[in-house]
Ligand binder design. Structure first.
Ligand code: HEM
Length: 226
């Protein structure tokens, strides 16, 4: 949600969210007892959550997993199309792909806002006073482009040491979907490198349009040619 959304769009959003809750409420029995060795079935079998909490959990995983992946993958495709040498390198040596995935996670911004934290105690952060109860917005993207952490941070360089990047956050709220997400990004890089050697942006990068008012940064479209 953001300032770009009108009252009507917000109403649409809450209707859509309600539909997602209703979907999982209706389908939960099938999802937990149906085929497959998956997380919902395991949590249900462990009897760790009641029905209501299981629905909330399923909705959270769906909402936190789908929009993030879809938005990030589109942004990462733009990054790769702007760096054709990286795609050629991945094609020549697929063992480079894990390092490319990590640099994509560091370099490509995903969120348009910040990770939210509520201070539980008065805190001093390098001279910045934060009072208990205050909301703090932390830009993981700014941290990933901090020259004190990464030299020439605005240069896309899969050869660099990316350890400590905050593409999946940090600490207690570190992304639980990180392994799945890394597999998705790896598959995307492989597909672009292997199947689309001639693919390139059909417009200069600064002419790309980005979706406004959303929580996640993603292109409206990726015009390509080959
Ligand atoms: C490229 C894809 C993804 C990226 C870049 C990403 C990134 C992130 C980041 C930065 C956070 C931390 C937010 C914070 O500190 O407030 C986070 C949290 C989370 N992610 Fe992901 N994520 C991705 C995919 C997924 C997938 C596929 C799932 C689930 C299947 C998922 C589930 C979650 C959940 C549930 C949280 C909240 C964790 C908590 O608050 O304890 N994410 N993700």
């Amino acid at each position: 949600m953001g300032p770009g959304l009108s009252r009507y769009e917000l109403a649409d959003l809450s209707t859509a969210q309600e539909k997602i809750y209703r979907f999982f409420l209706r389908r939960l029995p099938d999802l937990t007892t149906g085929p497959g060795d998956h997380l919902l079935a395991k949590i249900s079998a462990a009897d760790a959550l009641d029905q209501r909490d299981l629905v909330v959990f399923a909705v959270m995983m769906f909402m936190a997993g789908y929009r993030t992946s879809a938005s990030f993958l589109a942004g990462a495709i733009v990054t790769l199309l702007r760096h054709p040498d990286t795609l050629s390198a991945a094609r020549a040596d697929p063992e480079l792909i894990p390092a490319i995935v990590e640099e994509l996670l560091r370099y490509t911004p995903m969120a348009t806002g910040g990770a939210k934290r509520l201070a539980t105690a008065d805190t001093d952060l390098n001279g910045l006073e934060i009072k208990a109860g205050e909301l703090v917005l932390v830009s993981l993207e700014a941290a990933n482009h901090d020259p004190a952490a990464f030299s020439h941070p605005d240069t896309f360089n899969p050869g660099r040491d990316t350890s400590g990047h905050l593409g999946f956050g940090h600490g207690a709220h570190f992304c639980p979907g990180n392994r799945l997400a890394r597999m998705q990004i790896h598959a995307m890089v492989t597909a672009l490198a292997d199947h689309s050697p001639a693919l390139r942006l059909a417009v200069p990068p600064h002419d790309l349009r980005w979706v406004n008012g959303a929580a996640f940064r993603t292109p409206q479209a990726i015009p390509v040619t080959w």
